[in-house]
Every structure is written in C-alpha cells, then in structure tokens.
Design a protein around this ligand. Structure first.
Ligand SMILES: [Zn+2]
Length: 126
C-alpha cells in the first residue's frame, strides 16, 4: 500500500490513551489538535503527519452514544427514586448533557484519530 510510510508496529492501547489526552499517537508529547477539535497538520513535537487523518462523523456518534448512556439512566433513576419538580429536570439535564458533550467530544475525537493512525487508515480511501 502506497500510503504506508513505514512497516513499524504501532502500539494500540498506548496510542488510544494518548488520544484521550489529545496527544500525538506517535510520541505522546506533542499536541495532535490545533483547536478544539481541529486536527493539527503534524505533531508539534515529532512532526508526525496527522492532518490527512479524517475521522468524519465517528467522534460525534460515539460522544452521543456515551453521553446518552450516562444521562438517560440518570434521569430514569432520579425519577424512580425521588422525582424532582419539572423545572429541576429542565435545568439540570440539558446543562449536564451540554457540558458532558463539550468535555467528551475532543477526547473521543483524539481516541478515534489515534485509532485511525494505528490502523493506518487515512479516511480518504476510495
Ligand atoms: Zn509526536
């Protein structure tokens, strides 16, 4: 395959952990993002090219999946054990959903980008 720069083995778990920290999958020191969720063209430390990796809709999909599985059971549990006033639901759950989403999205994207790097998937295959 022409896009495989080297045949060296890339460590899966270490790279995924580095993605959780939004770090470069190769060195773990440099940042792999140049904004909130914009992937940097290359690592700021080792120069590993990252800008060609396209995660597309995978990070938002997994973020929605994770946040949904945290919020919905919490709502049901609270409603079953000690149902609060309706305004409490309207104040707490949308706010908590927004905060969790904003917190998790860049981390999930870091994991996905690093997973694609480990698997040598660029995202532009035809
Ligand atoms: Zn690096």
């Amino acid at each position: 395959m022409a896009y495989m720069a080297s045949e060296t083995k890339r460590p899966m778990l270490l790279s995924l952990f580095r993605g959780l920290l939004r770090r470069c999958p190769s060195c773990g020191i440099g940042k792999s993002f140049k904004g909130y969720v914009k992937v940097a063209d290359s690592c700021s430390h080792c120069g590993e090219p990252l800008g060609h990796i396209r995660a597309d809709d995978i990070p938002p999909y997994f973020t929605i999946l994770i946040v949904g599985h945290m919020i919905v059971p919490s709502i049901l549990y609270l409603e079953q054990t000690s149902p609060p006033e309706f305004w409490v639901h309207m104040a707490v759950w949308p706010t908590l959903t927004l905060l969790l989403t904003l917190l998790l999205l860049p981390r999930v994207k870091g994991v996905i980008v690093n997973l694609l790097w480990v698997l040598r998937i660029r995202g532009d295959e035809t």
